[in-house]
Design a protein around this ligand. Sequence first.
Ligand code: CTP
Length: 402
Amino acid sequence: MLHGRRILLIVSGGIAAYKSLDLIRRLRARGATVRCILTAGAQQFITPLSASALSGEKAYTDLFSLTDESEMGHLRLAQESDLLVVAPASADLIAKMAGGLADDLASTALLATDKPILIAPAMNFRMWGHAATQQNIATLAQRGVTRVGPNAGPLAENESGMGRMAEPLEIVDAVEKIFRTGETLKGRRALITSGPTHEPIDPVRYIANRSSGKQGHAIAEALARLGADCTLVSGPTEEADPPGVKVIHVSTARDMQAACEAALPVDIAVCAAAVADWRAEAAPGKLKKKDGATPALKLVENPDILAGLSQPGNRRPRLVVGFAAETENVIANAKAKRLRKGCDWILANDVSASTGVFGGAQNTIHLIDADGVEDWPTLGKREIGDKLAQRIAAFLIVKAAE
Ligand code: CTP
């Protein structure tokens, strides 16, 4: 399945372009989101309208459209994808890729990306057999570009031979294989906490905080994309359950702790929830206004879930990661927090109101471990999830080899 995968489909000129419309449909049926770029050649065969109708997204065509540049730069188009698929890949576009040309939106996106690329060549059999094309294909293979097809069979203009684009289903299989080989956390179990907790004051009121759950959910999704078997224990949020993740919905800190305990043993624990530090001694019935008196809340400390998971013992996860939401002395406070809680890594972030981190789409992280501090650039929360998942996978691979 391709749930949560973002594919940028680049369609170049050739009669096989009509099959790309079927490809869009099949990729979406497996759960992927698909954005399309149509080259000028592709638009001789299919229209941006059909591509956008099938993908449910705007289809992109022109490098120098000013509105597109402000809405969605060509760099972001590639960056916000997990895989670029070129289908059909014409001899011309393959040559541009091999030569590093960037004279239209498609070739620019292909040059400006560090994401994996899959090509499905389609052309006349003489063009395919030409030494220039074969050399270009070899160059792309050397650079790590994956290829599916072409197949032998009937071609345009009553000819036949090697050059037919792979069938859409073959391309979908190739896409799934690329994602499967990236599953570096296959066989690992992960526990993630996310969102706020709600602590009742009485049956109708509660104490809460501004956590949206976006970051924790993105981390769970990213770990699952790398093949980890994930349990996400989530406080009340508006975030949808991430695909491929077991989600346990809780409300209070104590429920969250119990759900975490029940999920053990795991290899990885990431505590991203903004757990309420205190709960109120909840009143059994609704508090009523009485003679203008203001009720005083008696607060009781909640269990620290991160500190509990970090306790030494045979149920301790191999890697425990916490967050430090700070508003001042970010690094110093986070370093102290790592030692106090006993976790392996702390992801420190500045959550002062001016940063817009709580509830916002972006985050600036400093990863603190026993060796020091690693500053990450400001990234989208999804990108942070991916970066953390990659770092966790790399850490576990090194540990396994030791
Ligand atoms: N955390 C937890 N259980 C709690 C409180 C916090 O698991 N009862 C976890 C959070 O998920 C986060 C980390 O501890 O990974 C740090 O949370 P933070 O609110 O920054 O720290 P506090 O312990 O609340 O410290 P302080 O409020 O004093 O900064």
